[in-house]
Design a protein around this ligand. Structure first.
Ligand SMILES: Cc1ncc(COP(=O)(O)O)c(C=O)c1O
Length: 329
């Protein structure tokens, strides 16, 4: 922070110089950013900024979603946009543009980034204009798209398996859990708590003792009798990865790896008896959990179903023509 003796009124040029200096100290690998407030795409990370009085910044009145760029195509953008629009609706956010226009902006920002593998995160904000609790009168909703390399997870999560804890932080009430809003405080605190405990992530449990979800991932199990089980989606985020894996998983039944697929409430006691525990999401894809609250899951090694589901998902990301969007690089 500037010392109080150096405080002065800045020119626009000073601000840009300062933003560049911040980026030089804290380099990021954001390759392109669209902002409806800027009216276009920027590739200089110093210019990837948002108005401070946007309701999304100071009251958390905004929503987001993230889709993956795989081999120069965008995977499952339709499912992510459906959830994005649902989240906007639950949050009483006006859409800044039509679904088709937002789709087009996402594709064109991806093309401008040149990135052939990575992530696209996009937001709708309620807009700037005041510091009130309700949106400012006449506030223009904002639309932002960021292209970045994606979250990086350690290779050992896949080779050796992950360790998780049950978080002490309460799960979000259903409405806030099914809405992908910019309020991720419980998720952030859970992940910090897990790391402080020497673990990789946490799991939310609901008031009835049912398994919820993880920080930015869903949780699923292979029960002792071989069923691929996933919690119901009415109190947790409906993960696009989970929904797709539930469609792909029956192929594993034909291969004798599972005995069925089921989406239902799962008590912690039942879940702890599982052969396999898995974390699922767009960034992690499919990763095995081998220890939960210091107790071993199955034989304490990554299991065959987690490996097979990861292969099915990676194949789907390459070949599912109806789920791949071309990018005009
Ligand atoms: C809280 C939460 N649960 C689950 C998921 C998994 O969703 P997806 O598979 O669409 O990435 C995410 C990630 O978006 C999340 O933030």
């Amino acid at each position: 922070m500037a010392t109080t003796t150096s405080l002065r009124i800045l020119t626009a040029e000073d601000v840009v110089t300062q933003l560049r200096a911040v980026r030089a100290r804290q380099p990021v690998r954001f390759s392109a950013f669209y902002s409806s407030q800027l009216g276009g795409i920027v590739t200089d990370p110093a210019l990837m900024v948002i108005l401070f009085d946007d309701h999304m910044v100071h009251r958390g009145h905004g929503i987001f979603d993230t889709a993956a760029i795989v081999n120069g195509k965008i995977y499952d953008l339709g499912a992510h946009l459906d959830r994005f629009i649902r989240s906007a609706d639950y949050s009483k956010l006006r859409l800044p543009a039509s679904r088709e226009q937002m789709h087009e902006v996402i594709v064109r920002t991806t093309a401008a980034s040149g990135s052939r593998d990575g992530s696209i995160r996009y937001w709708i904000s309620s807009g700037p204009g005041s510091l009130e609790l309700t949106p400012a009168a006449g506030a223009e909703p904002g639309f932002f798209v960021m292209i970045f390399p994606g979250l990086a997870y350690p290779e050992r999560w896949y080779t050796d398996g992950m360790k998780v804890i049950t978080t002490t932080y309460p799960i979000k009430p259903a409405l806030y859990a099914i809405t992908k809003s910019t309020n991720y405080l419980p998720n952030v605190l859970m992940q910090m708590e897990a790391k402080e405990a020497g673990c990789d992530n946490g799991v939310f449990i609901d008031a009835d003792g049912h398994v919820g979800e993880s920080s930015n991932m869903n949780v699923a199990f292979v029960t002792a009798d071989g069923i691929f089980r996933h919690p119901r989606f009415d109190q947790i985020l409906s993960g696009c990865t989970s929904l797709r894996l539930l469609e792909l998983a029956p192929a594993l039944q034909q291969r004798g790896l599972i005995t069925g697929v089921d989406v239902s409430d799962l008590t912690v006691a039942e879940a702890r008896q599982s052969r396999e525990m898995l974390l699922l999401g767009s960034s992690i894809k499919v990763a095995p959990v081998v220890m939960w609250d210091g107790q071993t899951i199955g034989d304490g090694k990554p299991g065959p179903v987690s490996k097979a589901l990861l292969e099915l998902l990676e194949q789907d990301m390459r070949v599912a023509r109806d789920r791949l969007v071309d990018v005009p690089y």
